[in-house]
Each structure stands twice: as structure tokens, then as C-alpha cells.
Design a protein around this ligand. Structure first.
Ligand code: F6R
Length: 338
């Protein structure tokens, strides 16, 4: 099986940290006559991006269930920014730099006078932001956006530290340990893949690991070209779980949790109830002694499992033709122009 960029992930994480300009907080830009001062205090962080780029927001959101994040993190996956923001920092993350939703959000943020930082390999986002003097963190290319995750996530964490939102210096290395552990667990990931052949996976995750669940679903969609469902606990215990009484063909239940997650006892109860209806879920434990370590172990391990699944199914993992086609179609219709 070809692991594509995964073996490079620890290196990508380490290298990408160096791409964040030291003096980012001394930036001042003038947009449409408004001065945006990056040294000013912020009261929220909006992370805007789609798919393999947008998942960075979900991961940061997970981490803030464990870390003492100083301001709320708002994950935005739309063409518009949420209304009623006061003093946000806006991180516009687009691997390609050509995703219309992210570019439109970044432009809206600037016209509303918010500090924006772009994280991208280049594209229109980089050109538009740079032309206005807005900071852009350039990251290296990978085989596709989702395979460049550490290059998108690690600079984000450094930026958050520079803005006093998180304190991550000791955590960054643990995250890399998590990726390395997962890279040593390829056989186990392949075993999980075998269990998922010819199924629709139902992924049960605690709220504090929503990002891991979403990322697993996205990787199943994009690598293995599989549909799957994510049920986030406790909410899913008030609706999804009701469907367990009918044995719909083809579903395969996967429960994901970290050993130190505060919801783990709740999740154990969910597993017992599901099992009492004759369903035997697969259990994936997120190995790791810190939140970032177990999070990175999870996204790496499950990502590799989806590559193994693609391999078993003889599916080409990298290309995502319908996504490209939709981007072209949106462009052709000129509904959302940048
Ligand atoms: C993942 C993937 C998509 C893109 C998404 C947004 O590998 O191809 O999920 O991440 O279409 O594009 P970017 O990341 O370029 O902004």
C-alpha cells in the first residue's frame, strides 16, 4: 500500500512551524481606508476553510475542550462569515488558495476591518491577501490538500500561540509523537480497513473528538470513495441511537474515544446499549498522553486505515473528481466570483 505523504507528516509539522513570521503581531494593514492592527486584542478566532483545510478548525475546536483556550474558536465553512463578531482574528485556510468559499470569507473579513492571516500553498488567496499586505503563511505542496494536514495545522497552532490564545510549546512535539505512533500501526489500521469492506461506517465520537470523526468521514469519502455517517455523543445518544433497533443492512459501527476523554464513561454506556441490541461496534482507542498526541494519533491512524481500505477495494485514493467538477461548475456559473 502506498502511504503517500503520511511518512512525511512528522517532518511537515516540524518544518511548517518555521514558516510563521516572528513579527506577525506588528503587522498593520490599510484596507479600504481602515487600519487593521494585528497587535490589538482579539475576543474570538474564526477559522474559515473547507474540506481538508477546514478540518483544521474542527481539530482546534476539539483541542479547546482540553486546553485553556483564551477565546472561543468559531469554525466557519461557508461563503460568508458569521455575523455579530466583535474583535475576531480570522484564519483563512485553503491548501490550494483557490477555494471560493474561503476567499470570499477572507475578503469579507478584511472589508469588516478584521485581521486576517492566510495559510495556503499559493493560489488566488495568496495573491489577493499579499497584494493588500495581509500576512500569508506559505506551506509546502502535498499530493492533495488532505495529505498536507500537518502543514496547515501546525502553523495555525503557532499563530494562536502568538495571539495568546493557547500555550502549545510543550504540546507540539507530543503531536508529532502521535503521528509517529500511528505510522508504526499500519498493520492495525489495515485490520480496521478489512472490517469496513462493503459497509457504510457509522462513526461514534465524543463531542471533544468531533474533529477526529469528521476527518475520518472525510478521508473515507475522499480516499475510499465511501459514504459514512458521524454521530457525535452526547447529542447522537438522543437521536442516532434510536435507529439501532432496525438492523439496516451494511452498517458497521465504529466507536472512537481517547482514554482520558471526559465523555468516555458516557461513551461506554452508549456502547453497552448499542451492544444490547445485538450490534457489535469496533472500538478505536486514541493512543496518547496529551490531547494533541491522541488527536494526531487518531487522524493519522484513521487516515491510513482509509488508504488501506482504498487499496483493498482497488480504488484510486488521491483523485476527487466530483469535487473538482463542482469547483469548475461554480466557476462556470459565475455565481460566486473572486
Ligand atoms: C482534500 C480535498 C478537499 C479540499 C477542499 C478545499 O484533500 O481535496 O476536501 O480540501 O475542496 O480545497 P482547499 O483545501 O484547496 O481549500
Amino acid at each position: 500500500m502506498n502511504l503517500l505523504d503520511y511518512p512525511r507528516w512528522p517532518l511537515l509539522a516540524r518544518e511548517s512551524i518555521l514558516n510563521v513570521p516572528i513579527d506577525i503581531r506588528s503587522t498593520r494593514v490599510n484596507v479600504e481606508g481602515k487600519v487593521i492592527d494585528y497587535g490589538s486584542d482579539i475576543d474570538s478566532v474564526v477559522i474559515t476553510g473547507m474540506g481538508g483545510s477546514g478540518v483544521v478548525g474542527d481539530i482546534v475546536n476539539d483541542l479547546c475542550w482540553f486546553w485553556d483556550c483564551r477565546v472561543p474558536i468559531i469554525v466557519s465553512k461557508n461563503m460568508r462569515l458569521p455575523r455579530r463578531l466583535s474583535r475576531p482574528l480570522v484564519l483563512a485556510i485553503s491548501y490550494s488558495g483557490n477555494t471560493v468559499e474561503t476567499i470570499m470569507s477572507a475578503e469579507e473579513a478584511l472589508s469588516r476591518g478584521y485581521p486576517v492571516i492566510g495559510i495556503t500553498t499559493g493560489g488566488k488567496l495568496s495573491a489577493i491577501l499579499s497584494s493588500k499586505g495581509v500576512p500569508v503563511i506559505l506551506i509546502p505542496k502535498a499530493s492533495a490538500p488532505r495529505y498536507g494536514l500537518p502543514s496547515l495545522l501546525y502553523p495555525t497552532l503557532i499563530v494562536l500561540e502568538r495571539f495568546g490564545v493557547v500555550s502549545v510549546t510543550n504540546e507540539l512535539e507530543r503531536g508529532i509523537v502521535g503521528m509517529e505512533k500511528a505510522l508504526r500501526a499500519v498493520d492495525e489500521a489495515s485490520k480496521l480497513a478489512k472490517e469496513l469492506v462493503n459497509s457504510i461506517p457509522v462513526i461514534w465520537v465524543p463531542e471533544s473528538r468531533r474533529g477526529v470523526g469528521i476527518r475520518f468521514k472525510n478521508d473515507l469519502n475522499e480516499n475510499a470513495k465511501y459514504f459514512s455517517i458521524v454521530s457525535v455523543i452526547p447529542e447522537g445518544a438522543h437521536n442516532d441511537i434510536a435507529a439501532i433497533t432496525t438492523s439496516q443492512a451494511g452498517l458497521r459501527h465504529v466507536v472512537i474515544s481517547g482514554s482520558n476523554d471526559f465523555e468516555s464513561k458516557y461513551l461506554d454506556a452508549v456502547v453497552d446499549v448499542i451492544s444490547s441490541f445485538g450490534v457489535k461496534p469496533l472500538i478505536v482507542r486514541l493512543d496518547g498522553s496529551t490531547p494533541l498526541e491522541s488527536e494526531m494519533y487518531g487522524v493519522t491512524f484513521l487516515g491510513i486505515a482509509t488508504l488501506a481500505l482504498a487499496h483493498l477495494l482497488n480504488v484510486e485514493p488521491v483523485s476527487t473528481l466530483p469535487i473538482n467538477k463542482l469547483k469548475e461548475e461554480l466557476d462556470r456559473r459565475g455565481l460566486f466570483t473572486v
